[in-house]
Structure formats: C-alpha cells, structure tokens
Design a protein around this ligand. Structure first.
Ligand code: ZN
Length: 270
C-alpha cells in the first residue's frame, strides 16, 4: 500500500471513531426522546437520577456507553443494575452514523451526511416508539423529510439543477404513501396515518426506486418477525403488530445500502 493510501485509511478510521462518539452522544439524547415523547414530557427539563436510589447523576456517570461499561452496568451509588437497553440504543445510533459515513456518502464529509444523520436518528426513535406505543410522532417523519431535503440540496450543490432528480423524489414521496393511503381507505385498521406520512417523507429522501426497495425489505423483515413470534407462541402476543419498526429497518437499509444492492442485483442480469 502506498503511503498516501495508508494515510487516507488512517484518517477515515479516525473520522469514523469521532463519528461513533458523536453518534452515541446523539443516541443518549434519542433515548430521552423515546422515553419522554410518549409521556408528553418536556425533553429539556430535569436532571437525571438513578431510578432506584434517586441519587442525582453527575456528568461522568452519564457519558454515553462508556460510563455504563466502566461501571459494569451498575449504579455508582447503590449498585442497582442499569438496563443495557440504554447503551445498546446509544451503540446502535453510533453504528448507524458510522455506516452513513462509510456507505452513505462514501467516506465524504459533505452536507448530505447531516441529512443521513437526521434520518437515522428519526428512524431510531420511530422504531422504538412505534414498537412500544403503536404510533409515530409527527416530529419524526418531519425530521426524515427535512433530512431528505438536506440530501437533495447537497445533490443540487454537487450535480447542479436536474429536473429528473426532483421528479424522481416527488414520485418517490407519492408511490408508497398513496398505496398505503388506499389500503387505509379500504381497510381502516390495516394502516396507520403515521405509516403513510413516514413513507411520504422517506420517499422524498430515497427516490422512486429505493422507496419501493425499502418496502420490500420492510415486508421481508415483518414476515421473519411474525414467523419468529408465532413459533415462540407467547401468550401475551400482541394482536396488532405495528408496521413502523419494519418500515424503519427497510428505510435505513435502502438509504445506506440501496444503491449497492440494486446495482449488484441488476448486474446479475446484464
Ligand atoms: Zn442508584
């Protein structure tokens, strides 16, 4: 390997590590949103404390992921166990951000990366809240739409104005959301309004081909999920399964890996 290539690789690993740390910090904030949005609480107010001993937590107890690892998942003051769900959520956000950098923008630090981060963050919150509470907050699909607009503006800066690009995104916004709207019209219980709005926003971010791909992935993930939960036959099996978490996984897959997977798939026939 040439010296220059080695330097470039070292730089990219260093930037990835920085993005991971940034991601787990954002993830820590997203954990707060997941907890507070369904309760209608203000996410800015109140200091954090241990739910068991009520001891107020200092900044060094609250550093994402690392505090939990350092304290081995226990409260510093009363040694009560702290759920690993928080560091897991933080790590997932960190990994999503790094994947956005490596595969989303091809290791380029450009404006589009901000759009990717916004969409990933909103998908994480959508996944958690819809899974637990069966609704998608408006603030989340709006964040996905804003992220899509940021990615679009970046393409305007890089490639200049192209009527096809905008048409593709508008068709993308409508193709799945209109389909969902019709399904909801025919069978009102089948589809939530949140799913329709989420796919409208994601469609603009993804464009017409990748949004259809995201729906295929969501269907696949949903099928696997139902097969697993049905085979476990838990008594407390929920009657209605929210579609949002599966859509979030599909949108994320299409956003980060969509171009590569579609290219690879078409390559088999050409
Ligand atoms: Zn405690």
């Amino acid at each position: 390997m040439e010296d220059y290539e080695l330097f470039l690789l070292a730089m990219r690993i260093y930037i990835s590590a920085c993005i991971f740390v940034f991601g787990i910090c954002i993830g820590s904030f997203l954990n707060v949103l997941v907890y507070r949005i369904p309760l209608g609480l203000d996410f800015k107010k109140g200091s954090s404390f241990c739910p068991t001993c009520k001891h107020e937590l200092k900044w060094y107890d609250l550093f994402p992921l690392f505090s939990w690892l350092f304290l081995r998942g226990k409260c510093r003051y009363c040694k009560a166990k702290i759920s690993p769900i928080y560091p897991i959520g933080e790590s997932i956000t960190g990994i999503m951000f790094v994947l956005s950098y490596v595969f989303g923008t091809g290791c380029q630090l450009k404006l589009a990366l901000l759009g990717y981060f916004m969409i990933c963050a909103a998908l994480f919150v959508t996944f958690c809240i819809d899974y637990k509470h069966m609704f998608i907050p408006d603030s989340m699909w709006i964040t996905v739409l804003l992220g899509g607009i940021v990615i679009y503006v970046d393409s305007l800066i890089t490639d200049g104005w192209d009527k096809k690009e905008l048409t593709n995104r508008i068709i993308g916004a409508l193709v799945v959301s209109v389909l969902f709207y019709l399904i909801a019209y025919i069978k009102p219980d089948a589809m939530g309004g949140g799913d329709i709005k989420l796919m409208f926003a994601a469609g603009f971010a993804l464009g017409s081909v990748k949004v259809v791909f995201s729906l295929l992935v969501a269907g696949l993930v949903g099928t696997v999920y139902l097969l697993i939960t049905n085979s476990l036959k838990k008594e407390n099996l929920k009657k209605q399964v929210p579609f949002g978490p599966h859509l979030a996984v599909g949108i994320f897959t299409a956003l980060i890996f969509g171009d590569s997977i579609i290219k690879w798939y078409l390559g088999m026939f050409l």
